[in-house]
Design a binder for this molecule. Structure first.
Ligand SMILES: *Cc1c(COP(=O)(O)O)cnc(C)c1O
Length: 415
């Protein structure tokens, strides 16, 4: 059996295959960028139209109560909680990942006694580093950027306030051991802030099992919540009521509609809200999260994770077979325990143009400076035969030199 037939056979017996029907996917596109912007849930256009036409257009302001708009952050948060090992009432959907990071980092620092050092990975996503850097400039403190294997030894010096990590590295796809790193942090009196941007919805996250302190994550990546979807925030119950977060808006107030002049934080995670929820975006996010919850009867995140690893294994194997001799270097960990749901290849020359040439062929991945070709694998809608076809396109783009064409070498604002 050749590999393409083998892929078709794998698809034919994939118990998750029906989940693909939950999405609108354009014909002729192999979408390997769900780690950056999840695909459109088929239910979203109608649901959004309903929110706009009926809840907004007809019921108007009454919808804050009658359609439950006011409880959307908690309602959607409870659904996200099921994907990340949190309990009902512990998560709210709100604001952006960057903004939520600002809130939890402030609180974590304030809880850290006199300590003033935040440790993170040098290759962490820039917005996380920028938020930490500027927050420390304002409060006084130091951001230490390390390689992942230097973190443990540095924690043992006993002066680190917060360990701020992204569970899956956006550039390399490396998956960090949340439980082990959290245990190492706690053993040294350090609190943990976990960014789940590339892990929530992609693999099993268990915040309680890992005994994490704070977590934030993104709504528009594996949660399929749509461009600029609200993000989410979780705080362990042992910390949540200890301090208010700094963006003390009325939605996080204990009784916002009393319009009292003084701030009193709500109990629990609701205090991590700031302003009015973006209702239309929340509706889209809920549709996205529902696409993941639909996998629950089919084995849930564990089944999705197994398929994701099978997809990335296949991609790596086919790239090795079909693209040998073309100077592609895999920087994704080969061990399952260390791999997220993406594959990252580097090429000293032409990485950007290669990605553009693939996009022109309908294979949508992305480029991350300076030299990374990044491919995300969303097991909800990707088929094994898509992986086969994607690698065939990559092979052709390389073998033909097609990527050298001038039109593939002009940089757009968003890569
Ligand atoms: C995608 C991503 C973000 C995005 O932050 P926004 O506030 O939504 O722009 C933040 N952190 C990490 C690690 C990400 O991967």
């Amino acid at each position: 059996m050749n590999t393409r037939d083998h892929c078709l056979a794998l698809d034919a017996r994939d118990p998750l295959a029906p989940l693909r029907d939950q999405f609108v996917l354009p014909a002729g596109v192999i979408y390997l960028d769900g780690n950056s912007l999840g695909a459109l849930p088929a239910a979203a256009p109608e649901r959004i139209a309903q929110v706009v036409r009926e809840e907004w257009g007809h019921d108007l302001i009454r919808s804050w109560n009658s359609a439950g708009w006011i409880h959307l952050p908690q309602r959607v948060g409870d659904k996200i909680a099921r994907l990340i090992g949190a309990r009902p009432g512990e998560v709210v959907a709100a604001d952006s990942t960057s903004v939520n990071l600002y809130k939890v980092l402030n609180v974590a620092l304030a809880l850290a006694g006199g300590r003033r050092v935040i440790v993170s990975e040098r290759s962490n996503f820039p917005t996380d580093l920028y938020i930490a850097e500027e927050l420390l400039r304002a409060r006084g403190g130091e951001l230490l950027l390390l390689e992942h294997d230097q973190i443990g030894p540095r924690l043992r010096q006993g002066d680190v306030a917060v360990l701020m990590l992204t569970q899956v590295n956006y550039r390399t796809g490396r998956l960090l051991d949340m439980a082990a790193l959290t245990a190492a942090a706690h053993a040294n009196g350090t609190l943990t802030v976990w960014d789940l941007a590339h892990s929530a919805g992609a693999l099993r996250v268990d915040l309680h099992a890992a005994n994490a302190d704070f977590a934030i994550g993104c709504g528009y990546k594996y949660l399929n919540g749509g461009p600029g979807a609200p993000a989410f925030v979780w705080v362990h119950p042992r910390h949540v009521d200890r301090l208010p977060q700094p963006l003390a808006g009325w939605m996080g107030h204990a009784s916002g509609f009393h319009f009292a002049p003084g701030y009193a934080p709500a109990a629990g995670i609701t205090r991590y809200l700031c302003g009015t929820p973006p209702v239309i975006g929340m509706a889209a996010l809920e549709c996205g999260v529902d696409t993941l919850l639909a996998a629950e009867p089919l084995g849930g995140i564990a089944a999705l994770r197994a398929k994701s690893l099978a997809l990335t294994d296949l991609f790596l194997r086919l790239v090795e077979q079909r693209c040998a001799g073309h100077s592609l270097v895999n920087i994704t960990p080969t061990e399952h325990a260390h791999r997220g749901s993406q594959v990252c290849l580097t090429r000293a020359e032409g990485a950007y143009a290669l990605v553009q040439a693939l996009i022109a062929r309908g294979v949508i991945g992305d480029f991350r400076a300076p030299d990374v070709l990044r491919f995300g694998f969303t097991p909800l809608y990707l088929r094994f035969v898509d992986v086969w076809n994607a690698v065939e396109h990559l092979h052709k783009v390389l073998a033909s030199g097609e990527w050298k064409d001038a039109r593939f070498n002009q940089r757009s604002a968003v890569t």
